[in-house]
Design a protein around this ligand. Structure first.
Ligand SMILES: NC(=O)c1ccc[n+]([C@@H]2O[C@H](COP(=O)([O-])OP(=O)(O)OC[C@H]3O[C@@H](n4cnc5c(N)ncnc54)[C@H](O)[C@@H]3O)[C@@H](O)[C@H]2O)c1
Length: 355
């Protein structure tokens, strides 16, 4: 089995690659990533070093290719060199805020880049005997916009994105559907809900808040801390992906006999949302317990309450029942446990040599 993971130096991609190396014997994994500089490249290199060390330790098949998925020739060369059976597309410009101020790279990577992946799948696909048997790709809870009904179901309307990032993720779902219907490329899209954990993304709130608090700065809580997020721990996301990877969707027949393309879409979120204010309180307690912040740290003094900012949604809350029914799994890691692991990792990564 040959698996191509795009965005392998990224947060989710690196954790998934480690899990694949550990669990899937006899698998050859190729990681493709441009090592984009939208956040600290050292962190991406650290993740790649961890993967390489693990692959060396267990003598597993791993190779990394530095390349940009917006370049169609790069993508087709990688497919030619590696002939993947499974493709997991996690490469993206991720994050809502920057998509508003700097939309172009989002259109490039998330839409053109994904189109290049679909085209490469199409040219390698021959009905399932050879070529890509399953394309998994990352979508996002942001496609729900300001959805009035909670929890969010994949049958809810997602035509009203409040950020360009969300619009690009919705485009990916539609493109994947058309490739499943036209060319039979079996694909599964996963809408992730606010993923957090060790070696995470420094631009995400929990990581950014930690950096700011460590530097003695104030943190901004928009919508006066009342936004609610379905925070999902990285190991739960990885476990979910591991279950989806072998389960390639097939053509089916609808009630009226019409052909249904090999295309599926799921939420993957914790299903127990928390307000940002509660989340920050637990974060501070776990940072103090890990020794990143002093014991008894008064976070109240450090919080700046601000109105809602554009591009944000007030609530994210996943209905995980379809995922659970099909894959027998639902995320279980509590916010406290997940933030504890993040705090311990943060201490080790940033202060390991000093403490
Ligand atoms: N982390 C979350 O909370 C979350 C939530 C919803 C959806 N997602 C989606 O999950 C996927 C993974 O997210 P993540 O949090 O690991 O983000 P990440 O930024 O850590 O990882 C994405 C990786 O893609 C790489 N990349 C960017 N542009 C590229 C290009 N043109 N060619 C090749 N590589 C490129 C980056 O260098 C990075 O390493 C993304 O598609 C993201 O939109 C993440």
């Amino acid at each position: 089995m040959k698996i191509l993971v795009t965005g392998a130096a990224g947060f989710i991609g690196a954790h998934l690659t480690e899990a694949l190396l550990r669990k899937a014997g006899g698998v050859e994994i190729t990681g493709l990533d441009s090592l984009d500089s939208c956040y600290d490249v050292n962190l991406k290199e650290y993740r790649l070093k961890r993967i390489a060390a693990l692959a060396g330790e267990i003598d597993a098949g791993w190779r990394f290719i530095k390349g940009d998925i917006t370049d169609a020739s790069v993508v087709s060369d990688v497919f030619r060199q590696t002939s993947p059976d499974i493709v997991v597309n996690l490469a993206a410009q991720a994050g809502v805020r920057r998509s508003i101020s700097d939309p172009e790279p989002y259109i490039g990577t998330n839409i053109t880049g994904f189109y290049n992946i679909l085209e490469a799948c199409r040219h390698s696909y021959d009905g399932g005997r050879n070529g890509v048997r399953h394309l998994l790709y990352a979508s996002s809870s942001s496609v729900y916009g300001e959805n009035p009904a909670v929890p969010y179901r994949t049958s809810d309307r997602t035509d009203f994105p409040v950020s360009l990032y969300a619009a690009t993720k919705k485009c990916d779902e539609i493109l994947a559907y058309s490739y499943a219907g036209l060319y039979g490329i079996p694909s599964t899209g996963i809408r992730f809900f606010t993923v957090y954990g060790p070696a995470g993304r420094p631009d995400m709130a929990y990581f950014r808040f930690t950096d700011q608090l460590v530097k003695g700065r104030k943190i901004n809580l928009y919508n006066y801390g009342k936004c609610v997020r379905d925070f999902t721990y990285i190991d739960d996301i990885v476990e979910g992906l591991m279950r989806v990877i072998p389960a390639s969707p097939e053509w089916a027949r609808g009630e009226n006999g019409q052909k249904i393309p090999p295309y599926r879409l799921y939420n993957l979120g914790n299903g127990h949302p928390a307000s940002l204010a509660d989340f920050v309180k637990i974060l501070q307690e776990e940072l103090s317990a890990a020794g990143v912040l002093p014991e008894g740290y008064d976070i109240g003094e450090r919080i700046e309450m601000l109105p809602m900012q554009s591009g944000d949604v007030t609530v994210s809350y996943s209905d995980i029942s379809a995922f659970e029914a099909d894959f027998g799994f639902r995320p279980e890691t509590s916010l406290r446990t997940g933030l504890r692991r993040f705090a311990e990792w943060y201490k080790e990564y940033y202060f390991g040599k000093r403490i």
